[in-house]
Design a binder for this molecule. Structure first.
Ligand SMILES: NC(=O)c1ccc[n+]([C@@H]2O[C@H](COP(=O)([O-])OP(=O)(O)OC[C@H]3O[C@@H](n4cnc5c(N)ncnc54)[C@H](O)[C@@H]3O)[C@@H](O)[C@H]2O)c1
Length: 468
């Protein structure tokens, strides 16, 4: 059966909308076609319009305009990729207009709003795919398959760490959009509703109680080095000793290039080392070897969050004027920089999530203790590995091993879209496609809301009380 591409309107042409999902439409025009866009930032709007060849009549400045009744329903689906506190209203409006939705996570930082979207989707019989991209990676599919196969017996103790590297935490949760709880979401929801969804999915039960501890201990004004100015670009004398010195992070893309130090390939490790340690020589060589240029003038994440003008001047302007050039200790942030949450599940299972904003490597780590054996696994940008140790034989087997991962979230971004497209064009049912529909995604939100409440109150909370 040959299906036509599904059509979509994009609400919010920022990092996720334009880069993560827009790129899928460009790569697979036979599967997904963006036919309209709503975005207040004219540079991003124009870029998206050009990239997807959208007619002028289908370009709008905001979600209110694109969802105006005078425009009507113009595509199969609406992609809602605005910031956390701007999901609810466009989601409700587009469901009312009959769109199926691809909705960025978290659904909303307000529980009642999550419930309302979920109820309306059911009432209108519409699909709402929440962007839990991790479930669509080979790594997590394998982890689920192993647990469901029973090789480690029943899970008793589940230990999950979300290690956010020092630079990524600084970028998103200290300098960036998620630095203030009341303007976005608490850390446990913003960063880890994904992780809680994975915990819930792998354990396969709803949690009963929750406890939590967490603090903003480090990224605080009193920890700034002596005489540090408000901005790195104001002649900070700590350039050489501060890992968060903004021009290093954003002009050279050093954080992502450093991941290459851990690559399996000897050549990549050598290249990384040359770029970091012998920059002038590499700049000279790049005049002759054009393939080196992208490594020396970084035009990828995290720099793409700063500006769409990725020239040297454009990036410097963004650092001088925007939030990402501020001293990491003086940004006005208030979200915690580390938190531990412990849930109990039926049959005495305990699940713990640790989130830290001071990691070297970026990625998730797991120790899953069962009645017959143990899984040790990690999902990092530079390596995805799953090992199983069996109690009886005491043997450890590596059952999954991948090096540097290709694609956003280890292939999860595109995996999620593959599944969404197949569901919308009728090739698969939502169950066959393993979609993370809104009703299923509510559970991880309940876990996050109660986890945050438990942290603030210092109490053990019974989750059913909240659920009901
Ligand atoms: N699924 C994942 O793995 C994942 C990863 C990162 C972020 N996210 C979530 O995705 C969402 C978007 O994140 P992002 O990094 O792309 O943010 P972003 O700030 O880059 O993009 C949001 C865009 O919405 C636009 N916007 C603002 N007001 C608007 C309006 N009235 N109408 C239309 N557009 C409007 C902004 O101008 C901006 O371009 C957030 O909720 C975030 O938490 C999900």
């Amino acid at each position: 059966m040959i299906n036509k591409p599904i059509t979509a309107i994009l609400i919010g042409a920022g990092f996720r909308g334009r880069i993560s999902y827009g790129s899928y439409g460009l790569k697979y025009p036979d599967r997904l076609k963006f036919i309209a866009v709503a975005e207040p930032d004219s540079r991003k709007r124009d870029l998206f319009q050009k990239e997807h060849n959208i007619s002028n009549s289908n370009v709008f400045k905001s979600w209110q305009d694109i969802l105006d009744p005078s425009v009507g329903k113009i595509a199969d689906t609406a992609f809602i990729c605005t910031q956390d506190r701007m999901h609810y209203q466009p989601a409700i409006k587009s469901l009312e207009m009959g769109y199926d939705l691809l909705l960025e996570k978290p659904i909303s930082p307000i529980f009642e709003e999550c419930n309302h979207i979920s109820n309306l989707a059911q009432e209108k019989n519409r699909i709402v795919q929440v962007c839990y991209v991790l479930r669509f990676t080979d790594f997590f599919k394998k982890l689920k398959e192993i647990i469901d196969s029973g090789v480690i017996g029943d899970i008793i103790d589940y230990d999950h760490s979300e290690n956010v590297s020092y630079w990524h935490f600084g970028h998103s949760f200290v300098r960036g959009q998620y630095k203030k709880k009341d303007e976005s979401s608490p850390l446990i929801l913003a960063k880890s509703c994904h992780d809680l969804d994975i915990m819930y999915w792998l354990i396969g039960e709803k949690p009963l109680t929750v406890q939590s501890k967490g603090f903003l201990s480090f990224y605080r004004p009193e920890n700034a080095p002596k005489n540090a100015p408000k901005r790195c670009t104001d002649g900070c004398t700590h350039e050489k000793t501060c890992p968060w010195y903004a021009p290093r992070l954003y002009l050279s893309g050093e954080p992502l290039i450093r991941i290459g130090f851990h690559a399996n390939s000897r050549f990549l490790r050598f290249l990384t080392s040359m770029i970091i340690n012998h920059r002038n020589l590499m700049v000279f060589l790049s005049k002759y070897v054009k393939k080196l240029e992208p490594f020396l003038n970084w035009k990828d994440f995290p720099t793409t969050s700063l500006t769409t003008d990725l020239t040297y001047e454009g990036k410097m302007k963004a650092l001088r004027e925007g939030p990402w050039g501020k001293c990491i200790f003086k940004t006005g942030n208030d979200v915690v920089d580390h938190q531990i949450v412990t849930y109990t599940f039926p049959n005495g299972i305990v699940g713990t999530l640790r989130i830290t904003g001071l990691s070297d490597l970026e990625g998730r780590e797991f120790r899953i203790f069962g009645t017959k054996g143990v899984i040790r696994a990690h999902f990092r940008a530079n390596e995805e590995l799953i090992k199983i140790t069996d109690f009886l034989t005491t043997r450890t087997k590596v059952v999954f091993n991948k090096g540097l991962s290709a694609g956003g979230h280890g292939g999860g971004d595109f995996g999620l879209l593959d599944s969404f497209v197949k569901v919308i064009n009728g090739e698969l049912t939502p169950e066959q496609a393993g979609t993370t529909n809104i009703q299923g995604a509510l559970e991880s939100h309940i876990m996050a809301f109660t986890g945050e409440e438990a942290r603030i109150s210092g109490k053990t909370l019974t989750i059913d009380e909240y659920r009901n």
